[in-house]
Design a binder for this molecule. Structure first.
Ligand SMILES: Cc1ncc(COP(=O)(O)O)c(C=O)c1O
Length: 489
């Protein structure tokens, strides 16, 4: 069965030199990148021009061939083979066309769940509770409840609502019903029905692009321009000096400064009657530049949240599902109790959020939409979780990450005029370049050599490989990166 599916994939992999090998994580993977045209090549350029007549497609870099892409290699419509260390903005968990994923919908029952997409909040299929329990709750970071959603923004958007609803339920008293005035005033967006509540977020954060989440996104102006937003408190997130071990005192002072600002802002907003119902934070600010903060920062942040009766939402949309070497990045922080809400999407394949019982609304239809996710995605995630466990992929991520990080530190030493501040956990890694233009030039040159990496913040090059990226892939990446650095120095 397996081999039949594999052959199907292999048939489509171009034979470029001795590309086919079995010595890699995913059988049938090419041995390395292979670039046969300029990137984008003629076939991609033609498709980009065509797409551009239909919508704004200025962000499209190339057109991929998803029939041929395999494992850690993305293959484009011109036959170029790229080692993919960015994986669709960090959202491919176990590589392209993994045989375990390809076989999921061969099962009739699963195919029918995909075809007959239910309104999960009203007519779920009979195995839905079991799937939530056995798949999602099996990887929960200590939280007993879970809601599924479509994407990262949608997960955060609904989790924000849960924070507000829970805050008001506590203020009102659990068994007190909505007043008539609340019922009428919310219909015209006025208090007390639409209360003056806020969420505290951080400069440099990215939590999504929908109206509510955008009010807490502060990574790039282009995401926010022209869209009305909310006057909610925004605190500074630590910006560390590297290497960490040589800057302990400065970085501790940075933590203290940011935490003092958090507490200050909460008190200020509470005093003016716009109460802070929650704090929203990424374990590593990803889009904003891979900005890390210490476990002690997060422990203290949780204490501040509890003291002010604000919920703590940790957004693991980008950091979750194993990329840092733990299933959830915040597991590194040794918090005294789980956060109130943990949101996820990307490598989890379904969006959603884990939460405490406190964050569960008493009434139905409050956290709700038509689809509430997609059972098909849970069948895929079930296979992903099985592969992660069977193949000890979290251990693999640590090993690959160690190799990559050591290599980046070495290159940083050799090219201290170009690189600094190597950082990250597992294979969720990044390094700063000395300026924005240089970063973009390096990324472009890497692509022309057959390696896809990402940029974030102003200066950072970020790596977001899949969990099946191994040491030999790390070596290929480091070799190409070294060539590019020698080119641009
Ligand atoms: C931390 C974080 N939260 C939320 C989102 C939004 O996810 P989506 O693009 O699926 O809406 C992203 C996307 O990059 C993210 O990195």
């Amino acid at each position: 069965m397996w081999s039949r599916q594999l052959n199907g994939v292999l048939k489509n992999v171009p034979k470029i030199g001795s590309l086919r090998t079995t010595a890699t994580a995913v059988p049938g993977e090419p041995k390395g990148p292979n670039i046969v045209t300029a990137v984008p090549g003629p076939a991609s350029k033609k498709l980009i021009a065509d797409l551009n007549t239909i919508n704004q497609s200025g962000s499209v870099q190339l057109f991929a061939d998803y029939d041929k892409s395999i494992g850690n290699y993305l293959i484009d419509v011109d036959g170029n083979v790229f080692l993919d260390a960015f994986t669709q903005i960090s959202s491919i968990p176990i590589g392209y066309n993994h045989p375990e994923l390809l076989k999921v919908f061969h099962e009739d029952h699963k195919l029918k769940a995909l075809v007959n997409r239910p309104a999960l909040g009203v007519y779920p299929g009979k195995d839905w509770p079991e799937k939530l329990r056995n798949v999602l709750l099996s990887v929960s970071p200590g939280l007993p409840q879970v809601m599924t959603m479509m994407c990262g923004s949608c997960s955060n958007e609904n989790a924000y609502k849960a924070l507000f609803i829970s805050y008001r339920a506590k203020e009102r008293g659990e068994n007190v019903d909505f007043s008539e005035l609340e019922n009428t005033s919310c219909m015209v967006n006025k208090p007390p029905g639409s209360p003056n509540l806020t969420l505290l977020s951080f400069h440099g954060a990215f939590h999504g692009r929908t109206m509510g989440t955008l009010a807490t996104t502060h990574s790039k102006a282009i995401h926010k321009l022209d869209v009305p937003s909310l006057d909610w408190p925004i605190a500074h997130f630590p910006r560390y000096k590297y290497p960490l071990e040589e800057n302990v005192r400065e970085n501790q002072a940075e933590d203290q400064k940011c935490l003092a600002e958090v507490e200050d802002l909460i008190e200020k907003y509470n005093k003016k009657g716009t109460y802070v119902a929650g704090i929203v934070v990424e374990p590593i600010q990803s889009e904003g530049g891979d900005n890390e903060a210490s476990p002690e920062f997060f422990q203290e942040l949780q204490r501040i949240a509890k003291k002010h009766r604000a919920g703590l939402l940790i957004d693991e949309v980008q950091t979750g599902a194993g990329a840092t070497g733990k299933m959830w990045c915040h597991e590194y922080f040794n918090l005294e109790s789980p956060p109130d809400i943990v949101t996820f999407s990307k490598k989890m394949l379904t969006g959603g959020f884990f939460h405490t019982l406190d964050m569960r609304p008493k009434h139905p239809y409050r956290i709700f939409n038509t689809w509430l996710g997609d059972p098909g995605k849970l069948f895929l995630l079930e296979a992903v979780v099985k592969v992660i466990k069977q193949q000890n992929l979290l251990e693999q991520v640590q090993k690959t990450g160690n190799r990559l990080k050591a290599g980046l530190l070495d290159l940083e030493k050799q090219h201290s005029n170009l690189l600094n501040s190597t950082r990250g956990r597992g294979s969720f890694l990044s390094v700063n370049t000395t300026d924005h233009g240089l970063r973009d030039k390096i990324l472009e040159k890497l692509k022309q050599k057959g390696v896809i990496a990402g940029g974030c913040g102003d200066h950072a090059i970020r790596l977001r490989p899949s969990l099946v990226f191994q040491e030999q892939h790390a070596d290929i990446f480091l070799d190409k990166f070294s060539q590019v650095l020698n080119d641009v120095k």
